[in-house]
Design a protein around this ligand. Structure first.
Ligand code: ZN
Length: 243
């Protein structure tokens, strides 16, 4: 079975559609949260994701904030401005769907969270030290995370100085994980690794293989919708360079 793993769509429908077309065919979808926030298409993205086959989706910090689950003052000014817009835009039905999302889901010996296993909605796993501290916080072989918008594979089995190491991954190349791991597929709608292309991964549970992909999308079209919605210019500018 081919599983599409995506995260941090951030209301960018153009990037989402490009990923769905590029990834097809797939049998099911695991979404690691932050469907909304920053971008111009929150309802369209929620509706598109709701319709995907075999969907499992966890709640991100922007999702939680959009339905009043978090204090917006913990966000930066630009994010606060978009959240105010977002709460007005989201339909009642889509808000209810977001509110009902779980923070943690376990499926097929894999844990799904947005941030980290020990702090599912909020913690950023940015380095191997933080990843190592989180290895004890889940009982499955693999934990999938998003939130940082940076694709990464952290795997137990390094040396004594750094017992969890970062495994190198290459676009369009399959990889296997041999030890307990934390895997981040990167962000669909707002990549932050200076590569503007939308990021996602595919997991084949029969072969136990993983593949990391990037796909181009029409960034200018999204920037124009961000500006038309009067959302902060910064959200449009960052898409072009991927920061
Ligand atoms: Zn995010």
């Amino acid at each position: 079975m081919q599983t599409l793993i995506l995260s941090d769509v951030h209301a960018n429908l153009t990037a989402l559609i490009s990923v769905l077309e590029d990834a097809a065919p797939f049998d099911r979808v695991w979404c690691l949260g932050d469907i909304v926030g920053y971008g111009p298409d929150p309802n369209e993205c929620v509706e598109q994701i709701k319709s995907l086959p075999g969907l499992i989706c966890v709640k991100g910090n922007h999702d939680a904030a959009s339905v009043g689950g978090l204090d917006v003052h913990t966000f930066n000014m630009d994010a606060q401005e978009s959240l105010a817009w977002l709460t007005k835009e989201l339909t009642f039905e889509n808000s209810q769907w977001i509110e009902a999302l779980d923070d943690v889901v376990i499926v097929d010996d894999i844990t799904l969270v947005h941030g980290s296993p020990r702090s599912p909605v909020w913690e950023y796993i940015m380095d191997s030290g933080c990843a190592h501290e989180n290895m004890k916080a889940f009982d499955t072989s693999i934990c999938l995370v998003g939130h940082t918008h940076l694709p990464a594979v952290y795997e137990l089995g390094g040396n004594s100085a750094s017992p969890t190491r970062i495994s190198k991954i290459t676009v369009d190349e399959e990889f296997a994980v041999n030890h307990k791991s934390i895997i981040n597929p990167g962000s669909v709608g707002q990549p932050r690794d200076l590569d503007a292309r939308a990021s996602y991964m595919i997991y084949n549970d029969v072969l136990e293989s993983w593949c990391y992909h990037r796909v181009d999308y029409d960034i200018q079209a999204v920037q124009e919708r961000i500006m038309a919605a009067n959302l902060p210019y910064r959200h449009a500018a960052r898409l072009k360079a991927g920061w």
